[in-house]
Ligand binder design. Structure first.
Ligand code: CMP
Length: 514
């Protein structure tokens, strides 16, 4: 037999052709379905290459019937079997099981592949006449050395398996170990890798996780994954804690904030009393643990605007010294400027066109500055509130819920627009929900201030009703597509409006508003 014929015979005996065909077939499927398996396929390719490399050598030795033939045949078969195990594992764990909806931990696959490889090496070795098990069993020194050097590694492997089996750590969990926290990416032979929010990767030996305590963030039995966060702020003692807590709680509950859970709802508490200020915390549950700081920031913005609206300043250090000299002249200039701004805002509200200059000045004095953060609900449809808003800067969206409760934007208002006149004048519930599209600055007028003026000049009511009726008609035109019921609600005659105004402000007939 020539070396060439012997090589072909060897290939036939080892089913090399079948092996190459089968592996290429499975390899193509794996590559298409799970491209991330590329590195493992390359390993299999290496084994296959080594097998093919040794084939002519084995053939030549076989042709000349040399005794070293059996020495080459053992690695020849080993490489072949390792290639088969590697590609089969890729196919089973990366293609077949995921398709069947089964996800297996990576470490389980690693352990199974390793165990299968060791078993096959032993089987082939003993078939070839090598007593590998005997070798290990009899050589106590080797056993001890191998055992000792593998102690930690084996410990980590077992720990990794336990962690997966009891599901104490799973891929996708957020872990806090010591001062560091991050997302569990994978559990491997030796370690679990955790990616922090700062783009660092924390490598934690599995044994360490099993032996020490660690925290799984946001995990609670039977509840969705969400993590409580605390956002602190300070307000000095001139302002009552109830007012602070009320203002902040209201704003946090009024409109949803991205990544803040609705259940449990956010809340605000007074957590400490310091020398000159109270320390407060807004607490909320974060739904996407990756965006902790940006969500804290969004909550802080809401708090800032809510406190501004309520006229509650954040505390300043008690030892701050103000050096600006507040002269009479300076004060006068400041208040003149403010008055001019207020009168200008009122001049854009045609409802007040018929008021005298003196009455407008009185209204101006009663205005309150009210800023809102983007996304805040400024009025809610159906709510009972008697304020009129004059927009100084920014824009708002007016939204009306139709017959089936579906809310739609019917209009957008920009500075110097106004809204809320209906409820202010008639006491009716809000006809629309108004949401801030940007940060918005407003002046707010309440019914009590207007009441004084209209009670003194009841004849004004008719003119106001006229303007209101016209505005109603305009608004109605904007919401033509709404249901019949909604249209009917909006279409009220000037006469009806006049009656409502009289009743609400207690002028003429009907009970008055206190
Ligand atoms: P009020 O009902 O007090 O509160 C909501 C306000 O939204 C309402 O007064 C109007 O000022 C305003 N509004 C209601 N419908 C529209 C609309 N179609 N276009 C513009 N503004 C509206």
């Amino acid at each position: 037999m020539t070396p060439w014929q012997a090589t072909l015979a060897e290939a036939r005996d080892d089913q090399t052709l079948l092996l190459v065909g089968g592996l290429i077939f499975l390899g193509v499927i794996v590559r298409a379905a799970a491209p991330e398996e590329g590195a493992r396929l390359r390993v299999a390719l290496w084994f296959l290459g080594l097998h093919l490399l040794l084939l002519p050598a084995a053939g030549t030795l076989r042709a000349y019937e040399l005794s070293s033939y059996s020495d080459v045949r053992l690695p020849l078969l080993m490489f072949e079997i390792l290639a088969v195990i590697e590609v089969t594992a890729c196919f089973v764990f990366a293609v077949a099981l995921p398709r069947a909806g089964l996800r297996s931990p990576r470490i389980l696959r690693d352990v199974l592949v390793a165990a299968a490889s060791v078993v096959m090496v032993f089987v082939l070795g003993s078939r070839a006449g090598l007593n590998l098990s005997g070798l290990i069993a009899t050589s106590t020194v080797i056993t001890a050395v191998v055992g000792l050097s593998l102690q930690d590694t084996l410990g980590n492997v077992m720990a990794g398996l336990f962690l997966q089996m009891d599901q104490s750590v799973q891929v996708g969990d957020w872990l806090k170990v010591g001062d560091l926290s991050g997302l569990v990416k994978e559990t491997r032979w030796r370690y679990t890798s955790v990616e922090t929010r700062n783009w660092e990767t924390l490598i934690i030996p599995n044994g360490t996780l099993v032996k020490n305590q660690f925290m799984v963030l946001g995990r609670r039995q039977g509840r969705p994954r969400q993590w409580r966060r605390w956002v602190y702020f300070n307000v000095d003692f001139r302002y009552s804690p109830s007012d602070v807590i009320g203002a902040v709680s209201e704003t946090l509950l009024a409109a949803p904030i991205v990544n803040v859970a609705a259940d449990p709802p956010p809340n605000c508490i007074l957590i400490d009393l310091h020398e000159s200020y109270g320390r407060y915390a807004a607490r909320y549950w974060l739904t996407d643990l990756a965006v902790d700081d940006p969500t804290d920031s969004a909550v802080r913005v809401r708090i800032y605007f809510a406190l501004k609206r309520a006229g509650i300043p954040l505390s300043i250090p008690a030892h701050a010294v103000f050096m600006t000299e507040e002269t009479q002249e300076r004060k006068a200039i400041k208040s003149e400027e403010e008055e001019r701004r207020r009168l200008q805002a009122l001049s854009h509200v045609n409802v007040f066109d018929h008021l005298s200059e003196g009455d407008k000045l009185r209204l101006a004095a009663g205005l309150r500055y009210a800023p809102f953060a983007r996304g805040e609900v400024m009025t809610r449809q159906g709510a009972v509130a008697h304020w009129l808003y004059m927009i100084l800067t920014g824009g708002v969206s007016v939204r009306v819920a139709g017959e089936r409760g579906v809310e739609r934007e019917v209009s957008r208002l920009e500075a110097p627009g106004f809204f809320g006149e209906m409820s202010l004048m008639t006491g009716e519930p809000r006809a629309a929900t108004v949401i801030a599209l940007t940060d918005v600055e407003c002046y707010r007028l309440d019914a009590a201030t207007f009441q004084e003026i209209i009670r003194e000049h009841p004849e004004l009511a008719e003119k106001v009703a006229e303007v209101l009726a016209q505005r109603r008609a305009d608004l109605l035109a904007a919401i033509e597509e709404l249901g019949v019921e909604a249209q009917a609600r909006a279409a009220v005659s000037k006469h009806d409006l006049l009656q409502q105004i009289k009743v609400f402000f207690g002028i003429g007939s009907g009970p008055g508003r206190s």
